[in-house]
Design a protein around this ligand. Structure first.
Ligand code: ARG
Length: 582
């Protein structure tokens, strides 16, 4: 299904074609939502652009397009504004028909692509260490990007590129054999592994370092005992990671960690050498980016792909990963989600891989696919005293979720003491987890985020509880109205409040597209916040169940149902739980 703005663009283009001026535009921009609703619902800049290119008066071009449109059932008004913009106000009949089609569509009007694949590399914590809140943002933002692509019909490969290889395992093994505490390990496996790793650092000497190195080499050479231990570390770590993913409603298609690419690394380095992509530097192998390299941050930097001692690095693995993904899934896009500190790393990897492909016979056109995107985000901060239980100096993701649920529980107990215990616990879990997700998603990812409990759990403002509460309120109207088969068939627009709400609903797929193409879930959050606010205005000014006229009541029930359908889809993309009651 096409979005309303795509459809309007087609309509404008048809008029331009009739006027014989459509060819003037090299690139056709899409019709936009009017920034100021005073002027209209949607705006076309095409006449303005044509006028400028042809050096004719853009306003006159706009006037002639308006005239060419004539009377149309789709519009109640077409007007020319400013230096040559065309503004459209939809007729209520057309708006209703479009909204019905959209809310009856199983994809809620989100245009579906066919045969497109994206690999999304997100979460990717390191084994034998706790998942901390830095990984939380990757997990939540990455998962929401995953959900947006799926909503648009993409084939998505969600890949958890866990850090499960490296010299830390040798250290861990030395420490493990000397001092592992079985009870502590049984109670909190990752906690014990972390303690052992820290212990190694505290006792570090050149001799012990050498010992650890030997253990790492043994592991790499396939020593049975070290392999077994290493697998054990991975298993217990994944078990804990999975409990967090389950709670957040996240699933991966593949978990291909760094170790998976280990055997491919010697060939990566020799091929890079052979094609002159890398150079030797004091016995190490590096890819050097000279002054003036693009993008600018690359200028005068280097990516080390093999150290003097022969060890391979993070970037070497990422290059092998690029190759594997291309050969296995031939994706149209690969999206990496990590914090901002890895920007240079990914630019180096992308550029190196592109040059390497070019050297092996790929054309410039081949290089367009996959499109490589690094989605980075700022840091997450917690104000002093934000956690009531805090062990060690890293805050674990589980503890953060627990804290949110516990705080939500206090509110539920107070406000809904009449509900049975079990139900209150379920509501608190849903509210707590949704609030954490939403607090992260609703901010521009590229800014630092500070979590403030009172704010993120508040029933007012741009928060998950506010959205969830609006949803539950709408559900309760249908319940109290005894609606058994909810429908949008009776929809009418009877006043401005209803028109505003209807128009906003119609924008849903456009907002999803905007959030997706910019990889910014906060666009969708802002939209849902506006939608819930508009719904609340409707709720307070337009009684549904007590409407005097039966056709008005039916229409309003349809309005409520349409809102629920849109909101439900938005929630599912953001991972916000839709509760029928709160
Ligand atoms: N394990 C890494 C970290 O914790 C993130 C990996 C991101 N993905 C990748 N392909 N490099 O920082």
């Amino acid at each position: 299904m096409k979005t309303i703005t795509a459809e309007l663009t087609d309509m404008v283009m048809a008029q331009l074609q009739d006027l014989g001026i459509d060819g003037v535009l090299k690139k056709v921009e899409e019709v936009q939502i009017c920034k100021n609703p005073k002027f209209g619902d949607f705006q076309s800049n095409h006449a303005f652009q044509i006028g400028k290119i042809q050096r004719t008066n853009p306003r006159q071009v706009a006037e002639s397009v308006k005239e060419a449109f004539g009377e149309q059932p789709a519009f109640s008004e077409i007007s020319v504004a400013g230096p040559g913009f065309l503004n459209f106000r939809l007729s209520n009949e057309w708006l209703v028909a479009k909204l019905q089609a959209m809310t009856n569509d199983e994809h809620r009007g989100i245009p579906q692509v066919s045969d497109k694949t994206v690999v999304i590399d997100f979460s990717s914590p390191n084994v034998a260490k706790r998942m901390h809140i830095g990984h939380m943002r990757s997990t939540i933002i990455g998962h929401t990007i995953d959900q947006m692509y799926r909503a648009a019909g993409w084939k998505v490969i969600a890949d958890n590129h866990i850090g499960d290889w490296g010299t830390q395992f040798g250290k861990l093994m030395v420490s493990w054999r000397e001092d592992m505490n079985p009870e502590a390990f049984a109670a909190d496996p990752i906690g014990e592994l972390e303690r052992l790793y820290v212990r190694f650092g505290q006792l570090e000497t050149p001799e012990r370092l050498e010992l650890a190195k030997q253990e790492t080499v043994k592991l790499q050479q396939g020593d049975e005992e070290n392999r077994r231990l290493w697998k054990h570390f991975i298993d217990v770590s994944l078990k804990e990671f999975n409990s967090v993913y389950d709670r957040l409603g996240i699933a991966f298609d593949v978990v291909l960690g760094e170790s998976f690419y280990n055997d491919a690394l010697p060939d990566v380095v020799s091929s890079l050498q052979e094609h002159g992509i890398s150079t030797d530097s004091d016995g190490a192998v590096i890819v050097a980016f000279e002054k003036g390299s693009k993008p600018k941050m690359l200028s005068e930097t280097a990516l080390v792909i093999q150290k003097q001692d022969g060890a391979y690095l993070y970037g070497t693995t990422d290059l092998a990963t690029c190759e594997y993904r291309l050969n296995t899934w031939n994706p149209d896009e690969v999206v990496y989600v990590t914090d901002m500190r890895q920007q240079l790393h990914f630019q180096q990897v992308f550029k190196t891989w592109q040059d390497w492909r070019l050297n092996r016979g790929a054309t410039e056109e081949d290089l367009q696919s996959p499109q490589l995107t690094h989605v980075w985000f700022g840091m997450l901060k917690l104000p002093e005293g934000a956690m009531s239980t805090r062990a060690g100096n890293v805050i674990r993701l589980v503890d953060l979720l627990d804290e949110a649920v516990q705080r939500a529980r206090a509110v539920v107990d107070e406000k809904s003491s009449f509900l049975p215990e079990e139900q209150r616990a379920a509501i608190a879990e849903a509210v707590g987890v949704s609030s954490i997700r939403y607090a992260d998603l609703s901010q521009n990812p590229q800014t630092d985020v500070t979590f403030e409990w009172d704010k993120l759990l508040s029933l007012e403002g741009n928060t998950a509880p506010f959205l969830m509460y609006s949803y539950a309120r709408a559900k309760s109207i249908l319940r109290k109205g005894g609606v058994e088969n909810p429908t949008v068939a009776d929809l009418q627009i009877l006043d401005d409040v209803e028109r505003d709400l209807a128009l906003l609903m119609l924008q849903f797929p456009i907002q999803v597209q905007a959030a997706m193409s910019s990889h910014r879930p906060n666009i969708l959050c802002e939209y849902l916040y506006a939608l819930a606010s508009s719904f609340n205005r409707f709720y307070f000014s337009n009684p549904v169940l007590t409407a005097s006229d039966d056709s008005v009541k039916k229409s309003r029930l349809s309005m409520v149902e349409a809102m629920l359908r849109v909101m439900e889809k938005g929630f599912s993309i953001l991972g916000i739980r839709a509760l029928d009651r709160m």
